[in-house]
Design a protein around this ligand. Structure first.
Ligand code: ZN
Length: 242
């Protein structure tokens, strides 16, 4: 089975469409979503409806819960807060209900999904260091745990001795006795210096995982953000991938 793992779409329909095109090209059997479908961008309804209709497993992100009043947005910076308030004002009732219903953590076909960290799913902690990653391996079962939240793709493995290491590049072949904590990056607002949409692809038969990039028409999204009066800095950062 080929499972695509998407995270942090952030109301960016053009990025999502480019990812869909890439998923069609690569052949995907199932889609899992690791949270933050809304916030920042201009298309909360179409993106959330797509996740509702297409994701076989999905978890909530902090922006999803902030948009539907499940948490306050006090910890957000001013731009993020403005954007989440606008996103919340647009969301259709059915989609609000869907976001409210999302779990914090989910395991499907032996694969764990959580937006921020398996150790403290509702604390929205960032896994930025190898030490952070190491701490988290004890908090999921199975071989693979997929996260988002930082918008920075990274693959970390723990071997049978308990040593952790970052796997360089964009592809891994799963090794006997190793487990993997993987950030699949962001579809709608990448922050690793590459503005192309990012997602993960797990092939369970080949025991292979890869990070995939998809180029999209960023100016179309930026034009929509301008029309809706969303913060300029959020629009500018899409071009930089920062
Ligand atoms: Zn996010």
């Amino acid at each position: 089975m080929r499972i695509a793992i998407l995270s942090d779409i952030h109301s960016n329909l053009e990025a999502l469409e480019a990812v869909c095109h890439e998923m069609d090209r690569l052949g995907v059997d199932s889609v899992y979503f690791a949270g933050d479908v809304v916030g920042y961008g201009p298309d909360p309804n179409l993106c959330t409806r797509w996740v509702l209709e297409n994701a076989d497993a999905a978890v909530a992100g902090n922006h999803d819960f902030a948009a539907v009043g499940m948490m306050d947005s006090d910890s957000f910076n001013t731009n993020a807060k403005d954007a989440i308030q606008w996103n919340a004002s647009q969301l259709e009732d059915e989609l609000v209900d869907y976001l409210v219903s999302l779990p914090m953590m989910e395991t499907r076909n032996g694969v764990t999904l959580v937006h921020a960290s398996p150790r403290l799913p509702d604390q929205w902690e960032y896994i930025f260091t190898l030490w952070d990653a190491e701490e988290n391996f004890a908090h999921f079962e199975g071989t693979f745990c997929f996260v988002g939240h930082s918008h920075q793709p990274v693959m970390v493995c723990m071997d049978s001795e308990g040593s952790v290491a970052v796997i360089p590049g964009d592809k891994l072949i799963s090794e006997e006795g190793c487990r993997y904590l993987i950030n699949v990056g962001s579809v709608g607002q990448p922050r690793d210096g590459n503005p192309d949409a990012c997602f993960g692809l797990l092939d369970t038969e080949l025991s292979e995982f890869s990070l995939v990039r998809a180029r999209y028409e960023i100016s179309v999204t930026q034009e929509k953000m301008f029309r809706e009066g969303l913060p300029q800095a959020l629009s500018d950062r899409l071009s930089e991938g920062r």
